[in-house]
Design a protein around this ligand. Structure first.
Ligand SMILES: [Zn+2]
Length: 455
């Protein structure tokens, strides 16, 4: 979401509390990295908010003793449920105790609504549900007795994590896990905006990887809307966000699944067809693009030198080099925290817009990562006037994302292939080019090889 719209919403929207990352993400001393939830404002004004919480796009139902939906059961849920959660006297939902069921219900709604708000702004239009021919609203079920979570046609229903002993871990409700909810909503956005492969002959290998990557990128872009998360990420790395082998620099955040996915160093030759594994080079290439756009703004604003940018992107470097690069970033970051933050938010918004324009232009049929690359390069012309083409190409080349070797795009076409010349050179001074009944309206003669060389 653009920083301007975010500021405007602060005056009109409804306030909720969300934990940017799960509370079980802890520091070395065992305390949570994000002990307090952050206040977040969704676009629905208090006057239009319904108990649940609910609005015209989605609603929470806190089902009691519900079994997970299966192939035979689907929304709407009609069984027993706890009373819908109401706002406080001020019309907002910031009064709820983070350890209460009501908090879980409200935070699940707020997370999904917030991510939808963010991406509707990047798309510049209303995002329809992919199930809107059947249901008008998304059903959100926050806490069922299940050590799992699932999204399906018209619903998201969430249970809990698992203890090491394999039982349900009630301290880890998935509905409070921002990354998981945002990832699932990312799938919905891609279903709606890209669609699904239509041919039974289409194995959809890259489509599957693209779906998982899109879920993760949705979550990362949304996560970068938390002030506390942005400050923590920059404070820990000092702005040295280079992803390859960068996990050691993100400190406590390296336990965050979302950060592990973003800061991955996998290339196409490292992965197979399994969608989650296959998503990693694509996610890495796109996240790297954002990081390099961020660094470019730092250079343009005189916050880091072009030399530091170049050293940090030229890999692999020696350990000494990497230490020096980190020391240089620390010196540059000191006293310029606000400027670094602004540059990162600008890069985030560039990536959000880039993804929206890209997804809006992709065909799901026989989709390849190379199609995604081409769509990104074209989207960059729309979003930045083509300013970041070289960055995108370099990031994708490093990840080995290229046309498949048997792609027609890689075929070479000689003049013979195009019917513009015969295969065998002849010794005559001139000859007709279309040997087998060429049309009279086409060019009729070209120089022979011999004559051309001598002319
Ligand atoms: Zn997924």
């Amino acid at each position: 979401m653009s920083q301007q719209l975010d500021a405007q919403l602060a005056n009109v929207g409804t306030r909720f509390l969300i934990f940017p990352q799960p509370r079980f993400l802890t520091k070395d001393d065992g305390t949570p990295v994000f002990p307090e939830p952050e206040e977040v404002i969704v676009s629905v004004p208090p006057a239009e908010m319904q108990p649940g919480p609910a609005d015209d796009r989605m609603f929470v139902v806190d089902a009691v003793e519900k079994l997970p939906y299966n192939r035979l059961t689907r929304p709407p849920y009609r069984g027993p449920a706890r009373p819908p959660v109401s706002p406080g006297p001020d019309g907002h939902f910031t009064h709820l105790d983070p350890d209460s069921r009501e908090f879980s219900a409200a935070t699940m709604y707020a997370t999904v609504r917030r991510v939808l708000d963010i991406f509707e702004d990047y798309f510049g239009h209303h995002l329809e549900w992919h199930f809107d021919a059947t249901f008008s609203r998304l059903e959100l079920i926050p806490l069922i007795e299940w050590d799992n979570a699932q999204s399906g046609f018209g619903f998201l229903e969430f249970g809990y994590g698992r203890t090491p002993g394999g039982t349900i871990d009630h301290t880890r409700p998935y509905c409070q896990n921002f990354d998981v909810l945002a990832h699932e909503l990312g799938h919905s956005i891609v279903f709606s905006e890209v669609g699904v492969p239509s041919s039974p002959l289409d194995e959809g290998i890259d489509y599957g990887g693209m779906q998982e990557s899109s879920g993760d990128l949705t979550a990362i872009v949304a996560l970068l809307h938390f002030d506390s998360f942005v400050k923590h990420l920059l404070g820990t790395t000092k702005g040295n966000l280079l992803t390859v082998n960068g996990l050691d620099r993100v400190g406590e955040l390296s336990d965050s699944r979302q950060i592990r996915v973003a800061f991955n160093s996998r290339r196409m030759s490292d992965v197979g067809p399994e969608p989650h594994e296959r998503s990693l080079p694509l996610t890495g290439a796109i996240f790297d693009t954002m990081v390099e756009v961020f660094q470019q703004e730092l250079v343009q604003n005189g916050l880091i030198t072009a030399d530091l940018r170049d050293r940090s992107t030229q890999l692999p470097g020696s350990v000494t080099d990497l230490r020096q690069i980190q020391a240089d970033f620390e010196a540059a970051y000191q006293g310029q925290e606000k400027e670094f933050e602004r540059a990162l938010l600008n890069a985030r918004d560039y990536l959000g817009r880039l993804l929206a324009v890209t997804w809006g232009s992709l065909s799901p049929d026989f989709l390849t990562y190379h199609d995604v690359l081409r769509a990104l390069v074209r989207a960059d012309r729309t979003v930045s006037g083509g300013a970041n083409q070289a960055i995108i190409r370099a990031c994708f080349a490093w990840r080995e994302i290229a046309p498949s070797p048997d792609s027609v795009l890689l075929h070479q076409h000689t003049l013979q292939d195009c019917g513009l010349r015969t295969a065998q050179p002849v010794e005559d001074a001139t000859r007709t080019i279309f040997v087998n009944g060429a049309g009279a309206d086409r060019p009729r003669q070209v120089s022979s090889g011999k004559r051309k060389r001598s002319s």
